[in-house]
Design a protein around this ligand. Sequence first.
Ligand code: AMP
Length: 340
Amino acid sequence: MTSRLPSEIASFAAEHKAQYKAMRKAIEEAKTIVVFRHLKPDFDAQGSQMGLYTFLKDNFPEKEIHYVGDNHVSFTPRIFPETEKLNEAWFDSHDFLAIVCDVGDADRIANPHFAKAKTIIKIDHHPCKKEITTPEYTICQLGSASAAELVLNFMASYKGKTISKEAARWIYIGIVGDSGRFMFSSTSIHTFQCAELCLQTGFDLKETYLTMYEKTVDSLRSLSYVLSNFKVSEHGVAYYTLPKEVQEELRITPELGKEHVNTFSNIAGVEIWCSITEDPNPSDYCWRISIRSKGLDISKIANKWGGGGHAQASGARIDHLSDLEYFIKDLDDLIASSKA
Ligand code: AMP
């Protein structure tokens, strides 16, 4: 790794100097650290979590460090290792520092015991509806393409610590995932400079991409279903629904069903696209919606429909399929009003 930081990262570091110093002090003082991230993880949630966890393990061998959260239906263990199972008694009997990556809303953190931490650090890029109560230290940069970039900035603020190939590879996965392979409009010079910093460690890029984007024959079958059944609204919302029976027939879960959403990312006349997958979980039955857009801000509509997220990538839900037409109408009206 170079000793001179690329310009964008250096200016970010200068802006957050005091906060980084306080965060490094909190880490220095903690004997035990647990790294958290959001529920139903994506590349960025897991990449930023595992990147930070690996960095801390590499550089603070005397500390007890853990990572927790739900596993992912296709990422675990293919891309990310299984998370650690720490029970409630463990959290009750330890003084620990919680570092929460890629999430701000308290009810989206993939383990409620973060609240028992002595100190909380949050590193995120999401707008928040219900903040974590008093995280002592917060780095939240809404415009950042990924949380992994913000975690890397913090790691790079240490003098004399190493960013290993493994830590850099996790961070790179987060950056590539949330920037849509450097194609989303949130991608900036900063994003590329962070990628450069990671690549300088020399991890195997070809192997990383093969692992991230490997498909299965079953996923081709479900894509074939999506391509045969999607709809497009009057003003350009492309969407597909995957009811429970179809998921069973295709041998997929709701999480796998949403993975085809970006099939519609580059289609002329399509401004917004969504996957709508039935989640039959009896304790939280709903239809889960992933929404993406070419440029319009969909986050307000996601908020209205029980979700949230970023301007061009959000999540929402409907409790009954009969609400779908009203949800799609909201998005369709958004496109129509942008053209008026
Ligand atoms: P998804 O479609 O689930 O991949 O989510 C797209 C983006 O929106 C991710 O950055 C999620 O973290 C965020 N997101 C999804 N659901 C919610 C929610 N209920 N509240 C806030 N952010 C969300």
